[in-house]
Design a protein around this ligand. Structure first.
Ligand SMILES: [Zn+2]
Ligand SMILES: [Zn+2]
Length: 237
């Protein structure tokens, strides 16, 4: 399966738009998060020759502006597709979805999105002193199981532990996305990296809100198994 990086804060070519947020396209049909702005997202999709009419569903990891920004333009072009969210998403988000008569599926538990792609269902974390609902995606291919995260506000290890238990996994092929370690101390990041090796994560792609310290520490540990996720890149899982 291919994962195309359609929005992030770094790029492989100047033509692509960058900014704060994340958006990944799985096998040209499942869009995971939509970055901070529709204009940037659509520009990147056009430059990557992505056919928006082939998008079958959008999965929103959590209700933060840097993950939902491009959603509304995608839904203008693809009004009848499913949007996967969590029950705990904000009222404003849910109202906006119902105002445009889009179909919101509120995953509260492990859910099949399409063949080989599952949502973890809602995982509750804390953000700025309040509860936050977030879901991650699980991808199953002949290479193994991979996990894609938006910001991992509930904690990247909590998410991986939950997936490991849900599926009785012995290892993860790839873990990619925002790990939200940007405010962690070096010592705490090293603890997380150690847990990744204990969980037998084979390849790792910390990006977005993971923080540059964490990216560097993961890169030192993982070497060739470290994945960059710049706009324009295609990652195979
Ligand atoms: Zn974020
Ligand atoms: Zn967030």
């Amino acid at each position: 399966m291919n994962i195309k990086v359609v929005f992030n804060s770094d790029r492989i070519k100047e033509d692509f738009s960058i900014g704060w947020g994340l958006s990944l396209l799985l096998d040209d049909k499942i869009l995971f998060d939509t970055g901070e702005s529709a204009k940037s997202l659509i520009n990147n999709m056009n430059k990557m020759e992505i056919d928006i009419s082939l998008i079958e569903a959008v999965v929103i990891s959590h209700d933060h502006w840097d993950h939902t920004g491009g959603l509304w333009e995608i839904l203008k072009q693809r009004p009848n597709i499913n949007v996967y969210g969590c029950p705990g998403f904000g009222v404003a988000f849910k109202d906006k979805i119902s105002d445009i008569s889009a179909k919101l599926i509120e995953d509260d538990n492990f859910t099949l999105v399409t063949s080989g792609i599952y949502s973890t269902g809602e995982i509750i974390g804390e953000y700025k002193g309040e509860d936050i609902s977030e879901q991650a995606l699980i991808i199953k291919t002949d290479k193994g199981f991979s996990v894609i995260t938006g910001c991992a506000h509930p904690g990247i290890i909590k998410i991986l532990e939950r997936v490991r238990m849900q599926l009785s996994l012995k290892e993860f092929y790839t873990v990619l996305g925002g790990f939200h370690l940007k405010d962690y101390s070096i010592k705490d990041v090293k603890e997380i990296v150690k847990k990744f090796t204990e969980l037998k994560v084979m390849r790792v792609g910390p990006t977005h809100c993971s923080g540059s310290d964490a990216e560097q520490i993961f890169q030192e540990k993982y070497g060739n198994a470290f994945i960059e996720a710049k706009v324009g890149q295609v990652i195979s899982v």
